[in-house]
Design a protein around this ligand. Structure first.
Ligand SMILES: [Zn+2]
Length: 280
């Protein structure tokens, strides 16, 4: 099927009381393995490009690759620009074919975050593009204070006010997760998540998905998370597979180098990760 709007995928997830899973990718293999892994287990998937990785793959090539592969499978595939706080960059990504973007104003004070996000929504709406906002800051997993400090968590009142004022299609919330490798096991504030979910009708997004224990994820998906972002874990696996391949016997036999080996193993990882998303 053709590319699906991310907002449609998230609304379907909400109806099913589960979460769609979104993966950051940065080359043909990481995109291909995600989409074919999703097809194998018949689950929707969302492909995301992180703007700082645009020297590895341009936004246009990323968007075209996702669109082309989406046509070859039967499951819904979404295309999304991950964390971006630069208005011009967001518009250029829309021009290059992105149908969903993140307007990340989470480091700004509340009113400025609202103003920035609202401006992105206003422009994106002209092109029928979805916008994800972020409220409460999801920081770095390398800093314990970034994910253990409740003062930086999203409050239900602010979430409702932010969603109303900006008109975002989805909202990333801070409830105890962080980006990268956790220095200490995270503990998601599920009670707070439940309250945020009750306070707003907007689908909620969980960032910093690499290393959160599975039972916490299951609880988060049941209590309002409809989009779950994974990046670090997938990238590290990709790097490890390259290393493993070059030390293996297969390396002497493969006419296509590392590609078939990495693809096969990345796809198995994606299939397994997508089990968390309860779609039937
Ligand atoms: Zn993130």
């Amino acid at each position: 099927m053709a590319l699906e709007k991310v907002s449609n995928i998230l609304q379907e997830a909400e109806k099913r009381n589960t979460s769609a899973i979104a993966f950051d990718a940065f080359d043909y293999q990481t995109i291909y393995s995600c989409i074919m892994g999703a097809e194998a287990v018949k689950k929707p998937v969302i492909l995301m490009l992180y703007p700082t990785m645009d020297s590895l793959i341009t936004p246009r090539i990323f968007a075209e690759t996702v669109k082309d592969l989406a046509k070859k499978v039967s499951v819904p595939v979404g295309l999304h620009l991950d964390h971006c706080s630069n208005y011009e960059y967001i518009l250029s990504a829309i021009r290059e074919g992105f149908t969903s973007v993140m307007a990340d104003g989470s480091t700004l004070p509340f009113e400025q975050n609202v103003a920035f996000t609202k401006e992105v929504v206003r422009a994106a709406t002209v092109f029928g593009v979805d916008v994800e906002g972020e409220l409460g800051h999801v920081g770095s997993a390398g800093n314990e204070s970034d994910f253990c400090n409740e003062n930086s968590y999203t409050t239900p009142e602010d979430a409702a006010a932010f969603a109303d004022a900006t008109g975002v299609a989805s909202l990333a919330v801070a409830i105890g997760s962080a980006h990268g490798h956790y220095v200490k096991e995270p503990k998601l504030d599920i009670e707070r998540l439940r309250e945020i979910n009750e306070a707003t009708k907007t689908p909620l997004v969980l960032h910093g998905g690499s290393g959160i224990p599975q039972e916490q994820l299951v609880a988060a998906f049941k209590n309002g998370i409809n989009k779950f972002n994974v990046g670090t874990e997938y990238f590290i696996l990709n790097a490890k597979l390259q290393k493993d391949f070059f030390g293996s016997e297969e390396a002497d036999k493969s006419p296509f180098g590392v590609v078939p080996f990495v693809r096969k193993n990345l796809q198995s990882y994606i299939e397994k990760k997508l089990e968390l998303s309860v779609w039937s």
